[in-house]
Write a protein of this length. Sequence first.
Lengths: 240, 346
Amino acid sequence: MEVRFLRSGDTGLVVQFGNAVDRAVNDRVLRLDASLRAAALPGVIETVPTFRSLLVHYDPLETTAAELTRSIEALLDRPQEGRRATRLWRVPVCYEASHAPDIAEVAERTGLSVEDVVSLHSGTRYHVYMIGFVPGFPYMGDLPESLVLPRRADPRLRVPAGSVAIATSMTAIYPLESPGGWHLIGSTPIRLFDLRWPAPALFAPGDAVRFEPITAGEFEAIRAAVQAETYRVPSEEILP
Amino acid sequence: MSAVLKVVQPGLHTTVQDLGRFGHQDVGVPVSGPLDSESLRLANALAGNPPGTAALEILVQGPTLEVAADSVRLALTGTQTGIEIRGDETAPRILPPWRSLRLRRGQIFRVGALSDSACAYLAVEGGFDIAPCLGSVSTYARGGLGGLAGRPLQAGDLLPLALEEATDRGEAALRQVPDLGLSRPVRVVLGPQDDHFTAEAVRTFLSAEYRISPNADRMGFRLEGPKLEHRDGYNIVSDGIVTGAVQVPGSGQPILLLADHQTTGGYPKIATVISADLPVVGRRRPGSSIRFAAVDVAEAETIRRRQEATLQRLARQLQPVAESGDIDLASLYSGNLISGVVSARD
């Protein structure tokens, strides 16, 4: 697909690589993001990678859309640098009914058993496509085909922090209590977003995530360790 | 002894804002910052501060504050509503905005209902002694971060001042009060997804009058008016959002996104307000009407450069004013300097 440059007023330039949620398209977004960060072009304030495009926020007093477009085209013509270093995270999740308000309904609507929902969800390695909606909210995919459901018809006004949820081809974790329309199939005791960290979000776009089932008892133990700041989410560096 | 402003009455929604929190939109943290950056910068110029110093943003109904410091220098901008001062030997008096003034310990001052614009800025010399959060003091109330405990002011709050007392110097006023532009059309650049709308929808958006719904907040304005028709559905794959973007959900009623908007979203955006006109939008009151006019991005950039030059000139060319005396309003507001304000009353 052709790269398209779209205008977001005079402070944003959208570099769009496709129209669909697609790993290859997202990889191009993340590679351009890495090149742009390395290039540190004048006037670029920050970049926001999303599923299929990169939004470049710029200061129109420092550069122009025309100049920025030329510089980005030149970057795209060059062999692309690798992506940022990425990590594989192993996230503990309690799928027991007490921690998973919608899991029975998801099983019913997908025609699967609750055990199948758990093994399918925790048996897949996910890619963090982007972070948005609320601070630290990771859009991760792709779900196994048999778990794909539309969003809930009746969004909740309050979804608790740590809720592990699915909707369409995506899974996510709610980092803070917020409204939400996804199906809640589990809960994690880990913290995803903390203002005291130098980088406030645990995951970065491009990271990989696996979910590991835990019992309600283990959930409480990890939660206590998280509160005591003695718990680290298991992770390892991976090649992009 | 610490120097603070005591919050007697908080006002409708008074928050601490600097020029915004940049660099974390890739992990979903909104920029926040002022609805009207121009008035924030001018308030700081009058108070003798660098332009990005955090000040109080006042929405619609202002606060009542008490000075619990030896003295403090203040400046109110963004409105023609004055500051009412009580608590000393003289009768209550009202000092006009767009100038600095010095108050002493025990004096109580109040910014009442704003008569014209939706927002005003109250800067204090030296700024507030509040630790930044992710590089900014701006309040993002939905996420509970920044400002004073991540929320709007409440009665009883103590706002810590960076200076124990005002520096010893004369007071200053602007030579010219900027036109608030409360009734002029708001300029937009079409896109990024104007091709998701029918040609008729784009024509309608650029010609119709919309009304800003009363439930407006710092995240955005819901606009009420002619429905805008999508070409093929109203869902797009979520992408990034800039402040000023006009997104159109399935209802066909546009939403103009402001300082606290989400960083990403899944509705097509028909147009984006140019950066020079964001302050003009931020000042619009819920319930008022709004019209849009299209420019191209090169024009938007030129307009912004011109506006920046004007703003810097205004901030540089301050004139001395008497310590307590009222300035000559008639000469200050002569000519067409407040045409926007006057016409906004009808």
